[in-house]
Design a binder for this molecule. Sequence first.
Ligand code: NAI
Length: 373
Amino acid sequence: MGDGVGAEITPAMLKVVDAAVEKCYSGSKKIDWKEVLAGEKAFNTQGTYLPDETLEAFQTYKIGIKGPLTTPVGGGMRSLNVTLRQTLDLYVCQRPVRWFKGVDSPVKHPERVDMVVFRENTEDIYAGIEWAAGTPEAQKVFDFLHTEMGVNKVRFPETSAFGIKPVSKEGTERLVRAACLYALENNLPTVTLVHKGNIMKFTEGGFKKWGYELAEREFADALQHGKLKINDCIADAFLQNALLKPEAYSVIATLNLNGDYVSDMLAAQVGGIGIAPGANINYLTNTAIFEATHGTAPDIAGQNIANPCSIILSAVMMLEFLGWKEAAECINKALETSFESGFATNDLARFMNNGKPLGTKEFADKLVELIQV
Ligand code: NAI
């Protein structure tokens, strides 16, 4: 369910998904939902934020969808989401970005944005290998760099914090492979490697080099026959280009930190920062957790005003991952029709010319109605 608004948006999502599956498969397919606990509900009933049974359930059943979770303050883990990603080695953070007609956007042509971001989820400066300034550990790292590695470029050694940025060939290859396969399966024209290899030559530069080599080795046929194109773009140029000529891009493969920035900027471009869906996937074990990308929104929880679109669109991704494309399409269509007619939760409806604000529950009912016609 998730914490905070999770208790409202998750039931809304379940209702919409069940209606779409029923409509498309008339009972021949059905999702047997199983609730597992994490976050506050787990803590209050079991004394732990992430019970072993929850991790085991993901390992056994492979596919899950989750509402937002409160990050425990002062607990033993940095974040439940990060722990889930690391424990299950969910190495792709996938974020599709498209515009829905009717949704307010800060750019002139949001309809030109249609991309899927593959963000590496396990490496990079995000790995959390860092030491605070002024600690003995930071001093030790500096001493090692200075005396053993001959590094004399640390400008203010006494007051520097240090972080390590691991980027591996293996980690790059599995990410870029997933992006290329996705592009081929979905008939998307290009995979763009977004990196900062001009400056960070071995880490981000390695990502670019290994990415190209992998594509040329494993997708030679597709490249030769024009079924797949691979190119690259330096991260800062990509941020400009994505605003100026977004139609030039379809699948983006990038490192963890770039991916974080890129995903949110693209989501903002289509007015969807609050409704952007996401998934964390391991394509080798076929384990995937689909998720609402926003937080628990404690300021609006319990008021029936939260927008359930992030988790609903994540469910669309889940249905696509399962190969249930008809049901996914059916929900997308219902959302398109709803937004075009101005039906949305207030956070979106207030910016629509024909906006008709609905509560969380009523919006879900509207989608079900549109699915059933
Ligand atoms: P937040 O995303 O919960 O809220 C930021 C703003 O967006 C608030 O004004 C909120 O009302 C609004 N908002 C968020 N979701 C909305 C929705 N569905 N409909 C309408 N408005 C919505 O971020 P915040 O306040 O920084 O974090 C609150 C808690 O959530 C923290 O414990 C944080 O650690 C956790 N969090 C969890 C995430 C996850 O589980 N994936 C992601 C981000 C934060």
